[in-house]
Design a protein around this ligand. Structure first.
Ligand code: ZN
Ligand code: ZN
Length: 240
């Protein structure tokens, strides 16, 4: 059976065994009619980033049409990166629950927000979504790849197929645990492409949960470009 199908069945089973408690997953308030997962107060705290942005990486800036300090003087392998919201407050809590506590029910909300961000961009149409891969060891540990599940939901919403040929060839440290200067070295050469002929000349959208310094996105985009991709854009749920 297709992995997505197994995923759907296991989600249904989990829902049946553990019916959702009618309380807000963040603040614990009783949910009102029509509210699901989060109360309207908490849902209201999950806001998109507002422009102006660094035109390369999407970091919020003071001035229109400029580059942030991270992007200035740097050649990025991706064309543009954008994230739905800031990695703080309610959105950060949700991503933590999703990623580290395995609360997959947040995947739907996050992917919906990411699709909203995608619609607001003046980007070309994409041939494939490419989830940032985990090393197989890390994926076994966590039980799932948070970026793959997001890409799967986004694929259902947009009809853009998923390319699964980007792989992580060695385990890396969590980027969030490292100083800025070490992050690039941590992911350098950590990704490779299998079945590269599929993406030759194709426009790709890389999917990740959190964008920090852009080192991971850059490494992934570099590997995809070397395999012949025409261009790589990046879409994340949140950015640090
Ligand atoms: Zn709440
Ligand atoms: Zn930037």
């Amino acid at each position: 059976m297709h992995r997505g199908g197994i995923q759907k069945i296991s989600d249904l089973l989990i829902d049946a065994l553990f019916p959702e408690k009618p309380c807000c997953a963040l603040c614990g308030a009783k949910l009102q009619k029509g509210e699901r997962l989060l109360c309207s107060d908490c849902l209201g705290k999950i806001e998109p980033l507002s422009p102006p942005f660094c035109r390369k990486c999407g970091r919020p800036l003071e001035k229109e049409n400029s580059l942030c300090n991270d992007c200035r003087g740097k050649i990025r392998s991706f064309i543009e990166a954008r994230a739905f919201g800031a990695y703080k407050g309610a959105l950060k809590e949700i991503i933590h629950l999703y990623k580290y506590r395995g609360e997959r029910r947040f995947c739907e909300l996050l992917s919906e927000k990411m699709c909203g961000t995608l619609e607001r961009q003046n980007w070309p149409s994409f041939d494939y979504l490419v989830p940032v891969p985990l090393h197989p060891e890390r994926e076994r540990e966590r039980g799932f790849n948070q970026s793959f599940l997001l890409a799967e939901r986004i694929s259902w919403r947009t009809d853009i197929p998923i390319y699964r040929g980007l792989v992580r060839t060695r385990p890396t440290e969590h980027q969030s645990l490292l100083d800025k200067g070490l992050r690039e070295a941590n992911v350098r050469g950590a990704f490779a492409v299998r079945n590269g002929s599929l993406i030759e000349g194709k426009m790709l959208l890389l999917i990740d949960d959190v964008y920090t310094t852009g080192s991971t996105a850059d490494e992934c985009a570099g590997a995809l470009r070397r395999a012949g991709a025409a261009g790589v854009y990046v879409l994340c749920a949140a950015r640090g």
